[in-house]
Design a protein around this ligand. Sequence first.
Ligand SMILES: [Zn+2]
Length: 602
Amino acid sequence: LPENDLPSWDLSDLYLNVADPNIDADLEAAMEAALHFEKTYRGQISAGGVTAETLTSCITALESVREKEDRVHAYVSLVYAADVKTPEHGALLQRVRERLTDIGEHLLFFDLEWATVSEDQAPRLMKEAPLSTYRHYLEIIRRFAPHQLSEPEEKILEEKANTGIRAFQRLFDETINNIRFHITLDGQIKEMSEQEALALLHDPSPSTRKGAAEGLTDGLKANIPTLTFILNQVAADHASDNRLRRFSDPMAARHLSNEIKPASVTALLTSCERYYPLVQRYYRLKKRRLGLEKLYDYDRYAPPLSSEERHIPFDAAKEMILDAFHRFSPEAETIAATFFKKGWIDAASRPGKQGGAFSHGTVPGAHPYILVNYLGTPRDVMTVAHELGHGIHQTLSGKQSYFNFDTPLTLAETASVFAERLLFHRMQQHEQDPERRLNLIMEKLEEDFSTVFRQVVLCRFEQDIHRVRRDEGELSSERINQLWMKRNQEMFQDSIELTEGYRYWWSYIPHFIHSPFYTYAYAFGHLLVLSLYKKYLEEGQDFVPSYMRLLSSGGSNSPDNLLKDHMNLDITQPDFWSEGLGLLEKTVIEAEKLNERLSPKG
Ligand SMILES: [Zn+2]
């Protein structure tokens, strides 16, 4: 049962409550600043001969409006996430977004004008001292320039998106959040949220896992016409957006915002696919370990055999995580401890609360907030460590100004995954018993697999969806199911028995709806961290200062430059990925050996 005394967050550092008059006051101030900005600078940037001085005051003014806007948006998003069921929260979010759209219309001209500054002049301007802080940000705008439409066109797209793509995204969230899954447990039917039902896939009892999977399938199936329609709309919207903006490949826009070369992503995906036999090898080991005749899809997350009580109180989780961070860096521990002390974490799982977990960076002038759905499993402890890793990253990069604050997706998971490694290392060191040690290793491997290989499957599936939607028109649920099963089968082969119900399990994954092709960034980030962690094991404390500098640099440069400058890593090398994959292979071999020792043949 969820604990009643789990902390909830205190958002009053942003606004007192949803009725706080400062929300509207800030929106008004942002609007006024935007109007002033427009009056002062419109026509000045593209006029030719703009000075670095003018450009600097222009961009700092723009940055300050954007930060003001984002503070309001962060607050209402957090309020909504904590309780999506209260209609006022959805209404407030919608109202704020509409207002921000109005404000944004007065700011749009800057990007468009800056993009017209000549190829001779722009680099010279960006080199000048006050402006060079924003060099990276300014370069990115120019990179998007060939894909930008005219100002009136951009305005129309932006305005219509609220009732277009964003409406479908919200419809998806509300559909999934409102499903009450009927799960049969010990002959009794229980009503559950998606998160609660998914958590049961980690239950030691095979019949509970089977019951949870069947209940999940039924709940999804009942909503499949809506979920199919939404995915089709997202793919169609993406296709028309790509056509209007002249992106040749469905992934091209994502690569551009990730600041990563398409060839690097291709190398990542194919390197991982070459290691699919490692996945099969692992699940064969798991089947032996659990003594099961067949390993079904819903058995993948089954915990290792063990009779011990698996519930970990939130306070114990906190102690373990802080200790693990402390051994790495007392500074990291201090930052993480602040989240607990000051009430920046919303931990309980409640009906109507958004599922999953995140750390919202808010704005550099404030601090991050963390949402988790803590049920007390070891996996939940890992999730808290993960989000605190994000929190540390966002805190450290808070010294950057707003435009240099956010990291691209490709680096966004660095600190979170690294934090998990630190916790795992601590847990492993505390474990002398070979059986429990094997359990730990297997659990970690499964996390690695779902963050690396599963994401590759998701990405390949998504590629299929966008390609086939363009070629064949609107897709039926059955067609989507078929594409989903094919990509999963490629990875598992005969190591896992995919059930009939699993055909529908693409339909609850939010990334497909909210951020097309997000998923490969997980694999990218995870394998990158395995390399970083290997470096830490080799270099010890010498590694720590440069790593913390990497985090503090936020999004002030591109990922490949940041990694080269701070960590001396070259991610553009095609064989870069085999390092991390090799570490996973070594871990699987270690697990196999431990298992043989524990259950000798004959
Ligand atoms: Zn994360």
